[in-house]
Write a protein that binds this ligand. Sequence first.
Ligand SMILES: [Fe+2]
Ligand SMILES: [Fe+2]
Length: 171
Amino acid sequence: MPMKPKLVEAFNIQIQAEFQSAYTYLGMAGWFTENNLPGFSQWMRIQWQEETLHAMKLHDFLHSRGESVTLRPLTAPSKKYTSSVQVFEQVRKHEQSITASINDLYELAFKEKDLPSQIVLQWFINEQVEEEALVMEIIERLKLVGSDGPSVYLLDRQMSSRTMPVDVSAT
Ligand SMILES: [Fe+2]
Ligand SMILES: [Fe+2]
């Protein structure tokens, strides 16, 4: 069954938002590398990959519904960060805005009675809860270690252990 044009448009905007997230996190990965925190940089690279995967999940969903994907322009991420905590505060703000747009998208899918869209978006709703919780945890840890060199070093090592999760959508 074809999707309503308004819903297709909203999915395309969300694809852009996910790619924009990826690009933003790649910028942050660069900032961490340039500030001698390779573990945090690695964590951000995983985040970049994850967001790209999110974009592709929606991208492929539109195609599987026989709809058209329209890629939109991305903007250059800012690299004017003052501290690791500030970077993660930005991540938190960004993820909150993504949560809001996912929720709006779900609401539209619900209003349009598009059941497959609702199901695909439920995955994203869960993902946003997990992401926001994870980011909060990192902010708390960063605040805890403050500027204590050895603790920052250990936290950076710990951050480097993050790996890509198995793509559940592939099953
Ligand atoms: Fe995402
Ligand atoms: Fe995200």
